[in-house]
Ligand binder design. Structure first.
Ligand SMILES: [Zn+2]
Length: 290
């Protein structure tokens, strides 16, 4: 069988899922998928990229996350640094999708797409889940399309999700901002949010080396969790803590937003510093609609 081009796979995915999509401008249904675009009932038009993603933002905004950050992140993921987290997410999803044959999963802020691709590679999950990845960064989504899978990738705004109400079973929100109003709108009434937030000692070795940041060596996620609790009922909570010996400290330092405000000299200094271990300390919380 002839292998489909990325854009052909994308068109098929868009057609299969046309019923759940909505126009981010007028909120109406999508009426057609053409050769190179997605058209809503009011003729708002969005480009389909040859790379295999749809751009559902009219005015693209620049983010602090550039291409090299996502490339560094991809390398760190390939080293299996976040394997434990990925296994935990797969286990949670497996449990919450046990009763349905077809589950809709949205990674809201998927970046370069690692976690969704891990879900795709898991046969058990793959059989019962449809996977969607959005990110506001075109660089992130563009890199995500380099995985071989049938995930529907789109450049979209977290605060204006291009989906109709009550369509999703699970939203993943991994080390990424949240918009609970939108999450609750697109989730069905049994739906859950799986959120991953840094815990106290996450990347403490890097934090402590950033000049002027000594006091912030430990970190509190209390505010983030309080907002989560205001919006959702916590049904599961697990802390994952381990230390790694990074094989590539430079990539690790480049991939974290912690260092995004540093100058090139400060960055180089940090890269040359003798950090031997890095602490991964994450809190995984699952919430359902109250
Ligand atoms: Zn429209």
């Amino acid at each position: 069988m002839k292998k489909l081009k990325k854009i052909e796979v994308l068109r098929e995915l868009l057609n299969e899922n046309i019923e759940i999509l909505r126009c981010p401008v007028c909120k109406n249904s999508i009426k057609a998928i053409t050769e190179n675009s997605v058209l809503c009932e009011n003729n708002h038009c969005f480009n389909i990229s040859k790379k295999g993603y749809v751009n559902l933002i009219q005015n693209n905004t620049k983010t602090i996350y550039d291409k090299s950050l996502f490339e560094s992140r991809r390398k760190i993921y390939e080293d299996k640094t976040y394997d434990k987290l990925s296994k935990e997410i797969i286990a949670i999803i497996d449990k919450y999708t046990a009763n349905k044959d077809s589950n809709y999963i949205l990674d809201a802020g998927c970046g370069e797409g690692y976690y969704l691709n891990q879900l795709y590679l898991n046969n058990k999950i793959n059989k019962k889940c449809r996977l969607f990845g959005i990110d506001i960064s075109r660089e992130g989504i563009s890199l995500a399309t380099s995985y071989e899978n049938n995930i529907l990738w789109s450049v979209s705004d977290l605060a204006n999700l291009p989906f109709k109400n009550s369509k999703f079973d699970i939203i993943l929100d991994i080390l990424s901002p949240s918009n609970y109003k939108e999450f609750k709108r697109v989730l069905n009434k049994e739906g859950i949010v799986i959120k991953v937030v840094p815990d106290e000692h996450y990347l403490q070795e890097i934090r402590s080396k950033i000049k002027g940041n000594i006091k912030k060596e430990t970190y509190s996620n209390k505010d983030i969790i309080d907002v989560f609790k205001d919006n959702l009922e916590i049904v599961y909570d697990n802390r994952i803590t381990y230390r790694i010996n990074p094989s590539n400290l430079e990539e690790f330092i480049k991939m974290t937003p912690l260092t995004s405000s540093l100058s090139q000299d400060q960055m180089n200094e940090l890269i040359k510093s003798n950090i031997e271990n890095i602490t991964i300390d994450l809190n995984v919380i699952v919430g359902k609609i109250k």
